[in-house]
Ligand binder design. Structure first.
Ligand code: NAD
Length: 496
C-alpha cells in the first residue's frame, strides 16, 4: 500500500474524510504526498469565532464535573483508536512509532488528569479584616481558547490545552501546524465521537482551522479569543505576544529551548550516556526539550565523549515505522539546510564535528552530530531544530551552571551527579534558571503531572499538570458583608 493510501485508510478508520484542498501534505518518511487540506477563508474564520463564542456561552453553565464526563469519553475514544492515531502521527510528522504511541498516551493521560481536576477547580476562602465579612476567590470559565501548535508534537500539545480548557468551561479553536494538518483532522473526528456519546454538548465546542501563519495571526488578533496558547518558535511567540498584548489578551507561550545537561565527574556514567543519547538524538533532535549543549567535567571528558561518539555513530536512523530505528527523518529540506548552516558556523569557530552527514535515502535523514566546541559561542547560543549536540569541558560546577543559564531560552536542563551537594546546588535559587530542572534524567520526556514550560525566551507559559489550569479561567475575588454595618478596610472613615 502507498503511504497516501494508508493515510486515507487511517483517516477513514478514525471517521474522517479529508476532501483535499490547497495545502498539500508530504510525509517526511519519504517525501511522498499523502493528502491535502483546505486553508480556511477569512469568512470561515469569522464563522468559527462566532460559533465558538456561542458554544462557550452555553458550555460555561454546564457543571464542571459534567464537563469532565465529556473529557472522560474523549479519553476512552482515544484509547480505542490509539494505534491508528499513533500511526497517523508517524506518517504526518515522521517520529518513530513508539513515540507516536507515547504521544497519544500523553493525550489519554491529560484526559484522566482533567477528569479529576473537573471536581477540584477550587478557590480560597480568606479571612477578612472587617467584622461580619467573608472573602473568597472563585474561578470562572474564560472564553474561547485558541491553541496554535507546532509540527513536532502534532496532537499532544493540543490535548494538554484542550482537556484543561474544556473542563474549565471554555470552547476551543485549534490552528495546527500547516506541516501536520492531517493528524488534527483525525483528532477532531475522534473528539466528535465523544461529543456524540456525551449527548448534549453545544455544537462547535472544539473546532479546527487549517492554514499557515497568516491564519494563526488572524485568529490571534480577534478580540473574541480570550486566551491564546501558542506553541512554536520564539520568533513566532514574539509576534503573537505583541499582538495579544496590544489587546490585553491572555497568553500561554510555549516557545523554543536551548537545553543543557551537565555531566559531573561524580555521575553514574552509564546512566548519563543513555540519558544524553535519548535527549539529544531521540525524535532527531526535534523536541523543544531536546538536549543541545553538554558540559562535561574535565576529569571524565575524554572517556565520556569517546563513549558518546561510538554510541551515536552506531545509532540506527531510518524509517520511523521500523521499530529497529531509534530516530526518523527531519521534517523537511529547510530543517536540513538549517542544520548544515549551524555546523558550518561551528566549524568556522574551530568546532570539531563527528557525524551530521545526510543518509542516502528518500526523505531527509541525517546522522546525529557531535560538535566539540572551543568556546561557548556561535550556533550553540541558539536553537537549531536538528540533532546537533555542542560539547564543552568544565572544571567548576558554578561556572558550568552560569554558562548553561547564559542563553536566551530557559526551558529544560539537567545535572547528572551522585553528589547530593551538587544536585541541591543545581536545583537551588542559584542553580538552573529553567522551567524544568532534572537530576539524573535527560532534558526531554516530561510527564503530564508537572507544569510544563520555560522562562525567558521560552515564553513563561505553563501547561499540563500542577496548577496550570488556572491560566484557563478567570479569578474573581468576592467580599460578602453579612453584618448590618459598613466598616471600611484599613480603618478609613467616611461618616455621612
Ligand atoms: P513555528 O514557530 O514555525 O510554527 C508553530 C505554529 O505557529 C504553526 O502552527 C504556525 O503556523 C504558527 N505561526 C507561525 N507564525 C505565526 C504568527 N505570526 N501568528 C500566529 N501563528 C503563527 O514552529 P515549528 O517549526 O512548527 O516547531 C518548532 C518550534 O516549536 C521549535 O522552536 C520548538 O522548540 C518549538 N516548540 C516548543 C514547545 C514548548 O512547549 N515550549 C513544544 C513544541 C515545539
Amino acid at each position: 500500500m502507498t503511504r497516501a493510501a494508508e493515510t486515507k485508510r487511517l483517516l477513514e478508520t478514525l471517521g474522517c474524510v479529508v476532501d483535499g484542498g490547497d495545502l498539500a501534505v508530504h510525509s517526511p518518511i519519504d517525501g511522498s504526498r499523502i493528502g491535502a487540506v483546505a486553508t480556511a477563508t477569512m469568512d470561515e474564520i469569522d464563522d468559527v469565532l462566532a460559533q465558538s463564542r456561542a458554544a462557550f456561552l452555553s458550555w460555561r453553565n454546564v457543571p464542571a464535573p459534567r464537563r469532565g464526563e465529556l473529557v472522560r469519553l474523549f479519553g476512552n475514544a482515544l484509547r480505542a483508536q490509539k494505534n491508528e492515531l499513533a500511526r497517523l502521527v508517524t506518517l504526518d510528522c515522521g517520529k518513530p512509532l513508539s513515540e507516536g504511541l507515547g504521544e497519544v498516551q500523553e493525550m489519554i493521560d491529560i484526559c484522566d488528569f482533567a477528569v479529576g481536576l473537573s471536581r477540584q477547580l477550587h478557590g480560597l476562602t480568606i479571612a477578612s479584616e472587617r467584622p461580619g465579612h467573608r472573602m473568597m476567590e472563585q474561578w470562572h470559565p474564560l472564553g474561547p481558547v485558541l491553541v496554535i501548535s507546532a509540527f513536532n508534537f502534532p496532537v499532544a500539545v493540543w490535548a494538554w490545552n484542550a482537556a484543561l480548557a474544556l473542563v474549565c468551561g471554555n470552547s476551543v479553536i485549534w490552528k495546527p501546524s500547516e506541516k501536520t494538518p492531517l493528524t488534527a483532522a483525525g483528532v477532531q473526528a475522534i473528539f466528535e465521537k465523544a461529543v456524540a456519546n456525551f449527548g448534549n454538548a453545544p455544537a462547535h465546542l472544539s473546532q479546527v482551522v487549517q492554514g499557515g501563519p497568516d491564519i494563526g495571526a488572524a485568529l490571534v488578533a480577534d478580540p473574541r479569543v480570550a486566551l491564546i496558547s501558542a506553541t512554536g518558535s520564539t520568533e513566532m511567540g514574539r509576534k503573537v505576544g505583541q499582538v495579544a498584548a496590544a489587546r490585553f489578551a491572555k497568553t500561554i507561550l510555549e516557545l523554543g529551548g536551548n537545553n543543557a545537561a551537565i555531566i559531573s565527574d561524580k555521575a553514574d556514567l552509564g546512566l548519563a550516556l543513555r540519558g544524553v543519547l535519548f535527549s539529544a538524538f531521540g525524535t532527531s533532535g526535534q523536541r523543544c526539550t531536546s538536549l543541545r549543549r553538554l558540559f562535561v567535567h574535565d576529569a571524565i571528558y575524554d572517556s565520556f565523549v569517546g563513549a558518546l561518539k561510538s554510541a551515536s555513530g552506531s545509532m540506527a536512523v531510518g524509517d520511523p515505522l521500523d521499530s529497529n530505528n531509534l530516530a526518523g527523518p527531519l521534517i523537511d529540506e529547510h530543517a536540513f539546510a538549517g542544520m548544515q548552516a549551524a555546523l558550518d558556523e561551528a566549524r568556522a569557530l574551530g568546532g570539531y564535528i563527528s557525524g551530521g552527514e545526510r543518509i542516502a535515502m528518500q526523505g531527509v535523514y541525517v546522522r546525529p552530530a557531535l560538535v566539540e566546541m572551543m568556546a561557548h559561542d556561535g550556533p550553540a547560543l541558539r536553537e537549531t531544530f536538528a540533532p546537533i549536540l555542542y560539547i564543552f569541558r568544565y572544571h567548576d560546577l558554578a561556572h558550568a551552571i552560569a554558562l548553561q543559564n547564559s542563553v536566551g531560552a530557559g526551558l529544560s536542563s539537567s545535572l547528572f551527579s551522585t553528589d547530593m551537594r551538587e544536585c541541591e546546588q543545581f536545583l537551588s535559587a542559584e542553580g538552573s534558571d529553567c522551567g524544568i530542572a532534572n537530576v539524573n534524567i535527560g532534558t526531554s520526556g516530561a510527564e503530564i503531572g508537572g507544569a510544563f514550560g520555560g522562562e525567558k525566551e521560552t515564553g513563561g507559559g505553563r501547561e499540563s499538570g500542577s496548577d496550570a489550569w488556572k491560566a484557563y479561567m478567570r479569578r474573581t475575588t468576592n467580599t460578602i458583608n453579612y453584618s448590618d454595618n459598613l466598616p471600611l478596610a484599613q480603618g478609613v472613615t467616611f461618616d455621612i
